[in-house]
Design a protein around this ligand. Sequence first.
Ligand code: LLP
Length: 423
Amino acid sequence: MGFSRDPGGRALLGGVPLEPLLGRAPTPFYAYDLDGVAGRARRLAEGFGARDHRIFYAIKANSAGPLLARLRDEGLGVDVVSGGELRLCLRLGFLPERIIFSGVGKSDAELDLALGAGPEGIGALQAESVEELGRVEARARALGRTARVSLRLNPDVEAGAHAHIATGHDEAKFGIPFRDLDAALDEVARRPALRLGGLATHIGSQMTSIAPYERAAERLCEAARRWLDRGFGLDFLDFGGGYGVDYGGGCEAEPADFARAALGALDRAGLGRLRAHCEPGRALVAPEGALVTRVVQVKRWRHPETAGWLFTDAGMHTLLRPALYGARHRIEALGAPPGRGPEAAWRLAGPVCESSDEFGTYRLPDPPPEALVVRDAGAYGYTMASLYNGHGLPSEVFLEGGRVRSVRRALDAEAWAEERAKL
Ligand code: LLP
């Protein structure tokens, strides 16, 4: 359902009016519609139809407990990238089997945690280099276990995403380059404490079309063939995440289209009996989240193009994407839709002492509204928030069944000061 406006112009998320929440949660706060998130997970699953598949939600996009619990109840697994994320998912009762662990620099302590979870360790440790395989095996032997691994391959496909989030090119820090595939397969074959469950790829984030994903999927199938032709078995192919969302500029592909593309690649390669895995983060959560922030200061600027600055209590410490990637979110007055009443072009910025702490220039009411809503902020918002400048972290409001389920108060400036004052 995501963000909408009622006939009176009030901003809604999942059908719940956002403005009254100003009285219930300190700003800045994120609000998430859990029903909307569950709905997106179901629509993605429908893309796989009756075919054997597993969805591993990449929790780096949004790791809030209530949201993870809801996705767990929907039957999803999780993709984690740290010991902290792994502990969180184990605490929330995800079966180790339904957890995969990606990332280029896993520590020994993280490997041990993953290998030691449950009777057989987690579902797959995704190796990102040939060298990592030796380390994983050494840890497995030390624990007297067999390590279930997959190889994250780099198919050398450009996803066309922003350079900071494109990962599929050959020199990227992520994944095993395709030219090293045989070396990686040799390495697995000669290490008896490794069990290769599947091969994986992930070429980047915020892909708005299917073509690069399809090319990567085809290369993944080609790699699988090479392993199978050696007489070994495989359970799955993991086609990664990266499904784009509409931040206002459009997005031609739906998550279910990516699912169908993956199945199509499997079928064309004659590998239809393998289970299809995917690792979406953003597409399940971004449109189901909104960031609400108060305007705390106006600075009029006798400038030819803009009316001046609006300073909000949200900034790069709350939502880093604009400062880090030049990302642009739709930002509107909370109380009224765009185009109602007099407007001016305002530069929006946060309170952080960095020039890059700016959201961009937006047409917004003049005089300025009390509060703004940043749309599509459910992914990579809270999880990338920081304590820089001692502002504390944003609070979070969870919506479910058309009402407020819970409010999570942030680690605020007071708690931050107490923590840092410890000698
Ligand atoms: N799998 C792997 C191995 C990944 O590295 C990622 C994201 C995902 C899955 C999930 O990708 P998604 O479906 O969310 O696109 N902070 C950036 C995005 C960084 C993505 C990092 N890896 C942003 O705010 O746009």
